[in-house]
Design a protein around this ligand. Structure first.
Ligand SMILES: Nc1nc2c(ncn2[C@@H]2O[C@H](COP(=O)(O)OP(=O)(O)OP(=O)(O)O)[C@@H](O)[C@H]2O)c(=O)[nH]1
Ligand SMILES: [Mg+2]
Length: 310
């Protein structure tokens, strides 16, 4: 999602003297709403979201530019006690995101309360030098009375940090969170052009959107055994059409017929839902061709993981 280098920075407004900028990592255990928060902060959906834990597998940067500053937001995979190679890598990605960031937003889920993984994260953050803000998320789903004990427990786990109760879904109090982040950033330049939203390529986002639809439509171990690669991504008709060919890889041969469905019905639905999202994001017509391929054991094989960008 970038413009050509030569177009950058040409007609940009000058940066005021008190402009602030820097990296903020969005951390938390799986499923607390980190990606929903990133999308809400940007006002655009660039990170995939699902009701299942461990949806996000990569570090995704979102760029929020305001008159007073530019926040480089890092959405990260959920931190948990991982066993599998894939999940251990995901957790490493999240932990590594702490290197070189100026501040951290720790997202916790008010609707489920605090869990063991939250305690582990509090442990990590209590030892880190980072300025930390706590986003107590999903307040739209709980009564005020239930927030207080969670806030008290948070203050025990990680004393003296600002807690901002928010709803990443509705946007309630998210502006307050932005203020808190900005306050914690040093003065600095505008690193990216104002209209740039992410460092992810359109190709990567296309693969992710297909994976989101698989996560939304499949159950049990199937979504976790799925990876998506984009075979080709071509602009046609002077940019009026994008033709994308992608492959959904399954961990097992037996998962293939489930993803394809009766006479291809399941795959067709995944394809048309993904196409609608892609058309909205790319602002043009999209032709999406999907194939399903069994790549047994990919999630345990370091080379396959690398090939999938994991
Ligand atoms: N009610 C409510 N649901 C939310 C809110 N924020 C996120 N959710 C839901 O929580 C689920 C998980 O959201 P994600 O944004 O994918 O969570 P995540 O922390 O990125 O999860 P991983 O990528 O798996 O670590 C989805 O079903 C979201 O719709 C919120 O503010 N209120
Ligand atoms: Mg996520």
């Amino acid at each position: 999602m970038t413009e050509p280098e030569s177009m950058r920075g040409q007609e940009e407004a000058p940066v005021p003297a008190d402009f602030r900028s820097g990296f903020v990592s969005i951390l938390g255990r799986p499923n607390v709403g980190k990606s929903t928060l990133l999308n809400q902060l940007l006002g655009e959906k660039i990170a995939i979201v699902s009701p299942r834990p461990q949806t996000t597998r990569n570090r995704i940067m979102g760029i929020k530019t305001m008159p007073g500053g530019q926040i480089l937001l890092l959405d990260t995979p959920g931190i948990h006690r991982a066993r599998s190679l894939l999940n251990r890598r995901m957790v490493d990605v999240a932990k590594r995101s702490l290197v070189d960031v100026e501040a951290v937003v720790w997202v916790v889920d008010a609707s489920s309360g605090l869990r063991g993984d939250d305690q582990d994260i509090a442990g990590i953050l209590s030892k880190s030098r980072h300025e930390t803000l706590i986003a107590l998320n999903k307040i739209d789903a709980v009564s005020k009375g239930r927030l207080l004990p969670v806030m008290a427990r948070l203050a025990e786990l990680l004393p003296d940090r600002e807690i901002v109760p928010i709803s990443a879904r509705t946007g309630e109090n998210v502006a307050l969170l932005v203020e808190g982040m900005l306050k914690r950033l040093p003065s600095g330049p505008r690193y990216f052009p104002e209209d740039e939203l992410t460092d992810q390529t359109e190709r990567f986002i296309a693969a992710e959107i297909v994976r989101e639809k698989v996560f939304l439509r499949t159950r049990q171990e199937i979504p976790y055994g799925t990876a998506v690669s984009v075979r080709s991504f071509e602009e046609k008709d002077g940019g009026a059409l994008v033709v994308i060919a992608a492959t959904i890889h399954t961990e097992r041969e037996g998962h293939k017929p489930i993803l394809i469905g009766k006479r291809g019905a399941a795959l067709k639905e995944i394809g048309s839902e993904a196409r609608e999202d892609l058309e909205r994001l790319l602002g043009c017509r999209v032709y999406l061709e999907l194939a399903v391929k069994a790549t047994p054991g990919w999630s345990r094989d370091p080379r396959s993981l690398e090939a999938f960008g994991l």
